[in-house]
Ligand binder design. Sequence first.
Ligand SMILES: *Cc1c(COP(=O)(O)O)cnc(C)c1O
Length: 386
Amino acid sequence: MKRVYLDNAATTRLNSEVLAEMMPYFTDNYGNPSSPHSFGQQPKSAIDNARRRVAAALNAEPVEITFTSGGTEADNAAVRGVAERYASKGRHIVTTAVEHHAVLHTCELLEKHGYSVTYLPVDEYGMVSAQQVRDAIRDDTILVTVMFANNEVGTINPISEIGAVCREKGVIFHTDAVQAVGHVPIDVKAMNIDMLSLSAHKLHGPKGVGALYVRKGIVCPALIVGGAQERNRRAGTENVPGIVGLGKAIECACSEMDANAKKMSALRDRLISGITGLIPEVKLNGHPVERLPNNVNFSIKYIEGESILLMLDLNGIAASSGSACTSGSLDPSHVLLAMGLSHEIAHGSLRLTLSDETTDEDIDYVLEVLPHIVERLRTMSPLYHN
Ligand SMILES: *Cc1c(COP(=O)(O)O)cnc(C)c1O
């Protein structure tokens, strides 16, 4: 049976060139990068090299990059670090209702510790505006954290404009760019981004490694304390193979970004127009234009997303309904609800996320299989008959 993986927002396949660069750091080059002896030298310079590659991808300086265990840790470290360090200045944080749970749950935790958080509502496409951010900033605001691109519906926020507002107001601006890095151009200087989270496994790198960019001049105390690794910003012996993998993966993703984005958005648009044309009563979720090149998200009325996923899986197609973290629970996606979708419509959502490895044949196959699945499920749905 044909197998088609369209869940690249959940994770991606490790690139074989990336694996090849990582391999020696599991075997021959096993030294501890903190060791002063010769075994520590190669791992240490490999980390330095990876740090340069990550910095180059963002137009940052290498000293502004701290490696973490992934996007979740980077988000936690950013939000909790700023909250701790700047508490004497104020205890107000501005974020959005559609952030990843790594940001949302961290903000909720801080609320229990006396911080106040404004969760900005989004428009029907899942977007926030710079004006909303401006209006929400108060004298005691210490942090604005707004995601670069949404992991469920692919909407890209006006990050440069938000960055400009934050810089003008003197408020630290963090963005969760886990879904954006390697897909859309990012320049932390030009965009006035003070802090940025990224993760390797969303860009054909290994799982369990990511990075936090912190602009020079901003102090973000460590979340994980212990040894003096990462210039005291993140303790613990470094995940050397993972860091090497992140460096290679981000370099590959950025060098091929334009070509990949062009290729993926053509396939994305074919999938969108195919679904719209072949299946009645569907609604595209997310912004029609300001959208990640690899994201397709539809609400398919009268049926449950979970049953579509099951049937797709039986046909070899891997997709998602809402986000991987929320599937398994019966709550509809907080993102779709924040966009104003009703519970019923939100329940029938289907996310298909492409990679540069997705082919024309993959799209053809989905367009062949999906309409039949929807038709079958609808004939069994009492909602449809009414
Ligand atoms: C995947 C993801 C994360 C979490 O990253 P991990 O490396 O899996 O911890 C955070 N934010 C967004 C937007 C994501 O898509």
